[in-house]
Design a protein around this ligand. Sequence first.
Ligand SMILES: CC(C)=CCC/C(C)=C/COP(=O)(O)O
Length: 273
Amino acid sequence: TQAGCTRTRCSLRAHARRRAHRPMLTTPGTSTGIPPASCGTDPSGHLQPPLASPISKASAAAAALPEEDCMKLNPSFLGIALSSLLAIDLWASKRLGVCAGEDSAWGSARPLMKVVEVSGHGIPWLLGTFYGLCQSDSSAAREVLLNLLFALLLDLVLVALVKGLVKRRRPTHNKMDMFVTISVDKYSFPSGHATRAALVCRFVLRHLVLAVPLRVLVVLWALIVSVSRVMLGRHNMTDVLFGLVLGYALYSVVEYCWLSPLSAPALFALWSH
Ligand SMILES: CC(C)=CCC/C(C)=C/COP(=O)(O)O
């Protein structure tokens, strides 16, 4: 937004300079010669005399510009809505960070929340899947586990890319005492735990034959992992919500690119005993 404003200001100044050095051939106010009511021209279409205050000077400069430029000066509805949403997000996330420290309101639950954190961490999931893959003796199980491994790796890469692009800092109340992190994990958008939780949840529900109570437990686990990110103060709510959406969508990509002995014979040959 800052860069956008600076660009708009520069373009205003450049426009104003060009106009000052140019004989007026058309009616000022629009490039078509029709004066817009909002641009500070008098009814005959001439510029109003310059005003004393800096704000008035800025309005006068804007008045000398075509209508499109005047419109750029107005803050957009989308911009205001987005800033308000982010402000609410920061405020609510701080209030919900009840396990952010030992001295927080629910500080005694912090060790339990950290166990939940490890249950959604990339390392146990990667190692567990890899171990399962080495141990499996049925080709059907190998296919599922190989695709889970592919999904987990894809998730790690995608989250790292988005974190590196967005560069949103973790909440100020977060203590950086997380179990194994990589460099982009100093950023918080999106939550890697939430993406993984949604992805694994969809994957497990689709490919494992489980009794209903176990299916409910899997969904509850994904929800608890996600909520715990905000409670631990690791994330703002929007990081987690976006993470859940991303993980859910990522599963569709995995399903679309499903690896099978037909589509990736070399990969399956590697794991066949
Ligand atoms: C080092 C490996 C293999 C994974 C990193 C997992 C991790 C630390 C993700 C960060 O999650 P949040 O974005 O939810 O804090």
